[in-house]
Design a protein around this ligand. Sequence first.
Ligand code: DQA
Length: 146
Amino acid sequence: MANILVLNGPNLGRLGSREPDVYGTGTLDDLRAELATAAPAGHAIDLRQTNDEAELIGWLYEAVDTASPVILNPAAFTHYSYALRDAVALVTTAGLIVVEVHISNPHARESFRHKSVISAVATGVIAVFGFDSYLLALDAINRKLG
Ligand code: DQA
């Protein structure tokens, strides 16, 4: 069975110390551990983070090539990266799941965060639940994989 790729964009490597009032105090390692215990049987969680748009796009190509479902927190790229949007579309038009997640509520924050250029091509979007957004995305993938 394919791994579930959990891909995180810029500045999410600083979770734990980055704006804890917005993002909480948990680190990516904490998130990795939470997801590992919730992974469906036969699937491993492969959680990654990058500040590099090209690397993130390369990981989405990898999802296509390995037929892997994806949980994606595009971070600030959410709001302006048409290149990332097109790469997400490559994954979903290949019939694979991409769940866009956000820890915070972008709609309740600065106006530039109100628009996602990713959502229209994602399979689904889950936001506002902190790290539980990722766990809910995992549950959605589990249900879709049946
Ligand atoms: C975020 C929201 C984005 O607006 C922001 O740039 C992030 C994190 C979230 O998870 O709430 O880096 O995607």
